[in-house]
Write a protein that binds this ligand. Structure first.
Ligand SMILES: NC(=O)c1ccc[n+]([C@@H]2O[C@H](COP(=O)([O-])OP(=O)(O)OC[C@H]3O[C@@H](n4cnc5c(N)ncnc54)[C@H](O)[C@@H]3O)[C@@H](O)[C@H]2O)c1
Length: 311
């Protein structure tokens, strides 16, 4: 691992901030984790501890010098920072305000990265004093476990900001994927293409939720975790893809609306883990058990996949 810039400020300590901070601290950075209230920061300290424990399970090396500072003091968070990660809620006006506030404090040369899930970088940088320093750095959830980060320049982003962000991704031992600005970015476009087809088939009663999960986990997920989609095309052959896509593509779901199977669940208050029921029912303790199983599965899969020859 190469040297990280330090200190790094992570603004926003909700779902994403604590795991991002734990990953950077493990790799040797001093991280100032900022949020707007002490209550939120206290909760973030618990999430940070949990994420650090998961990193222990991954047996990742600890680089000396890493430290976390929890703070509700904006100026303290940004004093002498060398790099910023913005992880506040997905709202363009809020993000623009936070960026403007920090530009008034930090040095002109400091790169600001945003963890936005899909707001165009160019929209966020429209009123910036130094728009060349804003770059998309899209961590995947949970950020302390998924070792891939999308790096997205906006129209005005300097190449040096892109390269420095990629260097940071590599320094924490993650894979960097550089993209052009596009709605949803690459990872979520692929995920939502899969989910649209899955939900459409549930809506039509083609397959049960259990059958769908088994099919996608073992038929597609297992395979794609070893072979990427372009390598898969090479393996299958372009002629085969052309033959199948020539009749199948026209049959795939391409609706823009959310299907009834989802809106009906929402109407019943079945939102998923957060409400104790969704596609599946959960008894007392079941959601926590499922969350533990997910972490254990991701830890085991990452260790195994990291040990094999990349395909
Ligand atoms: N949750 C995910 O799965 C996920 C995945 C990838 C990217 N993202 C993106 O990361 C960003 C953060 O997402 P999240 O899920 O952690 O959101 P979240 O709502 O869980 O956390 C955001 C935090 O920002 C804080 N905040 C609000 N105003 C602030 C301000 N002015 N300054 C500093 N902090 C402020 C909130 O108090 C909250 O703790 C969003 O842009 C989101 O789209 C989320």
């Amino acid at each position: 691992m190469s040297q990280l810039p330090s200190p790094i400020a992570v603004l926003g300590s909700g779902t994403m901030g604590p795991g991002i901070a734990a990953t950077l601290v493990r790799a040797g950075a001093t991280v100032r984790l900022y949020d707007i209230s002490q209550e939120i920061i206290d909760r973030a300290a618990g999430s940070y501890k949990f994420a650090s424990g998961v990193l222990d399970q991954l047996d990742l090396p600890v680089v000396d010098g890493g430290e976390v500072v929890f703070t509700t003091d904006f100026a303290e968070a940004l004093a002498d920072v060398k790099f910023v990660i913005e992880a506040v809620p997905e709202n363009l006006d809020l993000k623009k305000k936070v960026i403007a506030d920090m530009e008034a404090i930090i040095g002109d040369e400091v790169i600001i990265s945003t963890n936005t899930s899909g707001i165009p970088i160019s929209a966020m940088s429209a009123d910036m004093q130094h728009p060349g320093r804003l770059v998309g750095m899209h961590w995947s959830n949970p950020p302390h476990l998924i070792p891939m980060i999308e790096v997205i320049p906006g129209e005005k982003t300097d190449d040096s900001a892109v390269q420095e962000t990629i260097a940071i991704v590599k320094a924490i031992g993650y894979h960097a994927v550089q993209e052009k600005e596009i709605a949803g970015f690459v990872e979520n476009r692929v995920l939502y293409a899969i989910l649209r087809e899955c939900v459409a088939m549930l809506n039509e009663g083609i397959v049960s939720p259990e059958g769908l999960d088994t099919c996608v986990k073992w038929g597609i997920g297992y395979k794609l975790s070893v072979i990427g989609p372009t390598r898969l095309l090479d393996m299958a052959g372009m002629d085969i893809y052309a033959a199948v896509s020539s009749y199948l593509n026209a049959q795939l779901d391409n609706s823009a609306e959310t299907p009834a199977v989802i809106t009906d669940l929402i109407a019943q208050g079945r939102l998923g883990f957060k409400s104790g029921a969704g596609m599946y029912d959960y008894g007392p303790g079941d959601v926590d058990a499922k969350r533990r199983d997910i972490v254990a599965g991701l830890v085991a899969a990452r260790k195994t996949l990291s040990a094999i020859t990349p395909v």
